[in-house]
Every structure is written in C-alpha cells, then in structure tokens.
Ligand binder design. Structure first.
Ligand SMILES: Cc1cc2nc3c(=O)[nH]c(=O)nc-3n(C[C@H](O)[C@H](O)[C@H](O)COP(=O)(O)O)c2cc1C
Length: 528
C-alpha cells in the first residue's frame, strides 16, 4: 500500500487514523467529515497489497507507526504533527523519538501486576527511580562482535548485530537487558572485538550506538543496563571461538589483530601473574601504578555518566570473573604492598573507590548493581592456604559496605579468578551459584539492609525462576525473612538460556499461567 499527499482541501482528520481508513480499501480523501481545515489530502496511489495486515491496524493503535513510516517515506511530517496534535512540525529526529512512532510494545509486562495471582517473577520491581516490568534479566554476555581496528571510529561501538541480538530480547519481554560488558578503557577489553564506552563524546560511535540500542529497547518496554568493565590481566585475547578453532582454550591477540600485548595490566605484574600460568593463552601483565589506578576509577565514573546520558537505566560494576576488580579483591592475585593490597580494607579499596565515583557521576535515581564472584573456589589449594582467598566469608564481609557505597543490588556470580579453581567439582551441583546468592541474601535480610540480590547460573526453567524470587515482595514488606517465606533472590539473570530460547519470557509466562502483554506483531501467533 502506498499513499500520496496533496494540498487539496479539508480532508484530513486529526482525530482518527486516515491511513487506517484508507487501508480499509477507500481511495482518495478520508471518509471522515471532521477533517482539519488545512489538512492534507491523502490518496492511495496503488491498490492495497497488504490488506490482511491493514485489517490488524484497524484494530490496533500501533497502526500509527505504520503511518509514520509511510509519511516519512513520503516526506509528510505535516501529516504526522497534525495527527499527533503537535503544534509545530517535528524535525525528523523528533519524529523518530516520538514514543507513538516506535513500534511501541510492552511484551512480558503483567496485565494485572498487583493481582495476587500474578507470579512474583512477573510483578514489577522498582529500584530507585526505575521500575522493571518483570524480574527477568538478560545477563551480560560479551558477543565479541565489535570493530577491532583501533584506527576506526567504530572501534568498540555496538553494531547492527547488537541491535538484532539485544533487540529481540526486548521484543520478547525481558524486563532488563544487559548490554554486554563494556570496557571503560581501551586496554580494558577482553578481546579487540569487545564493546567499549571509553569515548564519551555524544558524537562518538560508541555513544551513538549505545543510544540506539537504548532507544529500541525502550520502545519495547525494556530497561537497559550497562556493565562497566575492565579485563585487567585477562585482556588482549581473541574471541573465544577463534581460540577454539585453533584447538586452544585461549589465544593471545597480537597487535597485528588489534591487541595491546604491552599494555595488559593488573594489580600485580610479572610472569607469575599470567592468568593461565603458562603465557600461552594470555599476556604477561604489568602492575598498575597508583596514578593509573586513579585513572581507572575515573574511567568507570566517566563511562557511567556517558551511559546515563545515552539513556541507560541501570549501571553495573563488573567485579567478578577474575577481571580487574576481582583481581584486586583476591589476596591470591593481589600481592601489592601499597594501599591497594594486603588487608581486606586495602583490597576492597579499588571497588569502593569505583563505586563511590560512579555513584557520584550518576543521578540518585539510577540503580547501581555490583557483580561479584562470591567465591573464587580456591579452598584446599596451597596458594589459598598461603595467601588467603576470596570466598563466601569475604563476600559476607563486603555486604555491610554496599549501602553506603550506593549499591542497590548484588549480582552474585562466582569463579574465574584462578586457573585451578574448584569449579569443575562444584558445578556438578548446578545450584552452586544460586546457593551463594541465597546465603548472601539471607545475611542481608537478617541485617535489615536494603540491598537486593540477583541470582544467576543454570536458571533455565520458569518454575525454577519463580521459586527463586517467590516471597521476596512479602519479605520486603515485613522487612524480614525469618517469619515470612524466604526468597533466594529479588530478580533472576539468565544468560545461555536466552541464547537457546530468546522467547523464554513469553514461554515462562505461559508455563506459570501469568497473563502478560504480547508484542502486537506477534499476537496472531501467540496466545497466552
Ligand atoms: C556468551 C557469554 C558471554 C558472557 N559475557 C559476560 C559478560 O560480558 N559479563 C559477565 O559478567 N558475564 C558474562 N557471561 C556470564 C553470564 O552473564 C552468566 O553469569 C553465566 O553464563 C551463568 O548464567 P547462565 O547459566 O544463565 O548462562 C557470559 C556468558 C556467556 C554464555
């Protein structure tokens, strides 16, 4: 169906969808009699070729979007502004930003959010000024799919791939979508193909590409989180599949493929601090100077501020998986003797400084999460006996600091800081990480602290996810878990299951009998 507009008299109705009526088979001016005085006349210049779809528009207000596209194609902003009651013709970018003109959806949102029959998993969760429509979060997942040429303006920027990848989770109802780990410094990437946000200019491709992701996810009713990241000594390796294809667990990225071998950093340097111990798969790190540590702290803050400017709703500090912050936390990987090493207070200094700087750089209404490896799973190893280790007790010790640092949610992950970790043993029990979340949440609730907890790891089933958050509202309401049902977490994060089953949220709603909104485009195919 195509339309043409002519300045031909009083025929456009500002109150009804002229194009919709046209799509119903009329040609020429609208049959509406309450047309605007100086309205445009719209004519169908070709026979309808999508009548079935247009029938849907008749029932559906989002037909407005189709009109917008048509009008933009035909260069008819005047039509749009009349249709939407705007005083001035909008500029093209304003037209794009107009909420009605996105394919606005709110898939995965409960139709009756306060109804007690709505499973907790599908109840909204408000953290500071941000309300998630449900408690299902797409966990951060590096896709190693950004431009790697350091001389390209696109280096580190998100791409069309990310729009498709993250966008479809948004269409399909996730409440919060993590953009993958985004490096706060050039040398903070894991691979040359990682995404980053070290270029904070609004004109930068890193900024604009993030803004684009946010805009699209918001149009689908999803909130967006950025995970701020520095890879430390695990940096400058190739994408994992490149290593796998070469028959290796990891492959160092040379400068010739965009790597930065001489600028891989950590709390402690030298060959004894190479992540895999051999130097085959990872580079030798050098120890950061105190001045460089301060630069890292500022880089986190600046990236956070830029992310908020780009429209991001939630920030997370990546303190897990053996990356820079985790390396500082662990006495195994942090052998410094200055104010950033040694005691618990000194080893937590970096994360405390980063959290303080990030919190100061973002609005008070913006939630701040912290992901930690709640245990590095090194118990029983000689090195842990010699130097100590970061384990559940260390994480419990960290908890009281979180509220004063402005951290709203602890995202409980584990492992990744040492090649000899016992994770192979613990993984036989797929609850190994969820159990850590449960224990940490119990301690938080017992202390009466407000910190929320996210559970992640091997969450695949709807009932399982619901079971993890069941009771969390009730516990918060009575400010206790002892006398109420005890939840494991306040929200769940899923990673691999979303790759296998992108429509997991909608499937979970069906499995749990939750009545949720559907993306309009899918309504003919899905019936909940
Ligand atoms: C492809 C892929 C990329 C990942 N990238 C990140 C990342 O950027 N940041 C992070 O904290 N965790 C990352 N993870 C870990 C996940 O966020 C999640 O914690 C982990 O996969 C366990 O959850 P799951 O059992 O639901 O997959 C990644 C996982 C996968 C599978």
């Amino acid at each position: 169906m195509r339309f043409a507009a002519t300045k031909a008299g009083p025929s456009f109705s500002a109150s009804t969808g002229v194009v919709t009526k046209m799509a119903n088979g009329l040609s020429g001016a609208s049959k509406d009699s309450n047309a605007g005085k100086d309205g445009l006349d719209i004519k169908a210049v070709e026979a309808p070729d999508r009548l079935a779809m247009d029938d849907i528009f008749l029932e559906d207000t989002t037909g407005v979007n189709e009109e917008a596209v048509l009008c933009l194609q035909k260069g008819m902003p005047g039509l749009l502004y009349r249709h939407h009651g705007l005083r001035q013709p909008p500029r093209r970018d304003q037209v794009r930003a107009h909420p009605l003109l996105h394919p606005a959806n709110n898939g995965g949102a409960a139709l009756h959010p306060t109804d007690p029959s709505t499973p907790t998993l599908f109840r909204p969760l408000t953290i500071r000024d941000v309300t998630l429509k449900n408690r299902i979060v797409v966990s951060p997942m590096c896709m190693y799919s950004a431009e790697c040429d350091p001389s390209s303006p696109l280096v580190g920027a998100l791409t069309d791939y990310h729009i498709a990848h993250l966008g479809h989770f948004a269409v399909k109802g996730a409440g919060l979508i993590f953009v993958e780990a985004q490096a706060v410094q050039f040398n903070g990437r894991i691979s040359p193909n990682d995404a980053g946000l070290w270029d904070h200019s609004p004109e930068s491709e890193q900024f604009k590409s993030l803004q684009r992701i946010v805009r699209f996810c918001h149009s689908q009713g999803a909130k967006v989180a950025v995970q701020l990241h520095h890879a430390g000594r695990k940096a400058s390796v190739t994408a994992p599949w490149v290593a796998t294809e070469a028959g290796k667990r990891s492959l160092r990225a040379e400068a010739s493929v965009g790597g930065w071998p001489s600028d891989v950093v950590g709390p402690s340097g030298g060959p004894e601090n190479i992540w895999d111990g051999t130097g085959e798969g990872y580079w030798t790190p050098r120890a950061l100077t105190v001045e460089e540590i301060q630069d890292v702290v500022q880089a986190f803050a600046k990236s956070a501020e830029a992310a908020v400017r780009a429209g991001v709703d939630v920030l997370e500090i990546h303190g897990a998986h053996g990356y820079l912050i985790n390396q500082f936390l662990s006495p195994i990987t942090n052998t410094r003797t200055d104010q950033y090493g040694g005691s618990f207070e000194n080893r937590t200094r970096l994360v405390r400084e980063i959290a303080t700087a990030v919190r100061a750089a973002i609005p008070s209404g913006t939630p701040l999460f912290l992901r930690i490896s709640a245990s590095e799973w090194m118990e029983g190893h000689d090195v842990a006996a010699e130097s100590g280790t970061w384990n559940l007790e260390s994480s419990l010790q960290l908890l009281p600091l979180l509220p004063e640092l402005g951290i709203d949610l602890l995202d409980v992950s584990s492992g990744g800081n040492h090649k000899d970790q016992n994770i192979v043993k613990v993984v036989a029990n797929t609850n190994y990480q969820i159990d850590l979340a449960a224990q940490l949440r119990k301690a938080i609730r017992k202390a009466g602290a407000p910190t929320l907890v996210g559970a992640v790891g091997f969450i695949t089933e709807a009932e399982q996810a619901q079971g993890l958050v069941q009771g969390s509202d009730e516990a918060h309401a009575i400010n206790d878990t002892v006398s109420g049902p005890e939840a494991t977490a306040d929200l769940v994060l899923l990673a691999r299951q979303f790759l296998r089953e992108p429509e997991w949220v909608l499937n979970a709603a069906k499995a749990l009998g939750a009545k949720v909104d559907l993306p309009v485009q899918f309504r003919r195919a899905i019936n909940l």
